[in-house]
Design a protein around this ligand. Structure first.
Ligand SMILES: Cc1cc2nc3c(=O)[nH]c(=O)nc-3n(C[C@H](O)[C@H](O)[C@H](O)COP(=O)(O)O)c2cc1C
Length: 226
């Protein structure tokens, strides 16, 4: 193993945030390997380790960027493998709106500016210019228990990236054209694409990276009986 970062777990949790603008410098392969090796320690039901990681760097990342962006810009219908048309209500809808306000506010995009918002959305399909992207898939027949383990794995991965000074952004949006990803990685139809994570070194000059999100107070999310 090469030199490990000195960031504590708490610092990594506090510092991780979604990065939506990257420098072109690639992350050295040995660091990517180290992060992926450590993330293998994630827990899962019966230790089945259900995460299938599809990683693209260099020309492969650019090729996928071009294919997904072209599909989005051409208005190709999105056909996610798992339900994605969630309608949030009440407090969750409020948080969703605040999240959008934080991002568009940082980018100087008005709520009424439909073209500006569409351009911001389109950046998803370019992986925010990240030099790497990975997708996580799982068998379509699997259920929530497996998806939970994959979520835990993804957070482990992103915290490790933070600890190594690497920015990341989980992206559900880039899983909305799963056929493109399946075809590129030669996966069969039984493999469902859950979401992607773009990653690389943050470009702090990009406006979107000034967005900050809040979290609810504990009493909103914890019910404790003593
Ligand atoms: C499963 C998942 C899917 C997400 N999909 C997207 C996405 O498609 N595009 C995007 O810009 N951000 C996406 N995000 C990032 C969230 O907007 C972000 O995590 C949330 O607003 C909290 O902000 P933070 O990550 O900066 O703490 C996603 C996050 C998760 C966990």
């Amino acid at each position: 193993m090469s030199r490990l970062p000195s960031m504590s777990l708490i610092e990594a949790i506090e510092n991780r945030r979604s990065v939506r603008g990257y420098k072109s410098d690639p992350v050295p392969q040995h660091i990517i390997d180290e992060i992926l090796s450590l993330a293998q320690k994630s827990p899962s039901n019966c230790n089945v380790q259900p995460w299938q990681v599809l990683l693209a760097s260099g020309d492969s990342c650019d090729e996928l960027r071009n294919r997904l962006s072209s599909a989005f810009l051409a208005g190709k219908p999105m056909k996610p493998d798992f339900p994605s048309d969630l309608k949030f209500q009440g407090i969750m809808r409020q948080r969703q709106v605040e999240c959008a306000q934080a991002l568009y506010g940082a980018m100087g995009i008005e709520r009424s500016d439909k073209i500006g918002r569409a351009k911001a959305t389109a950046r998803n399909y370019r992986f925010f210019d990240a030099p790497h992207v990975l997708f996580i898939s799982m068998k379509k027949e699997f259920n929530q228990a497996i998806a939970v383990a994959i979520g835990i794995y993804a957070q482990t991965l992103m915290l490790l990236m933070t600890a190594f000074g690497i920015g990341s952004c989980a992206q559900a949006s880039i899983a909305y054209y799963p056929n493109i990803i399946r075809e590129y990685f030669s996966l069969d139809e039984s493999e469902g694409i859950l979401f992607g994570i773009s990653f690389g070194y943050e470009d702090s000059q990009i406006d979107a990276n000034n967005a900050r999100t809040n979290r609810a107070d504990l009493e909103e999310v914890v019910i404790q009986k003593t």
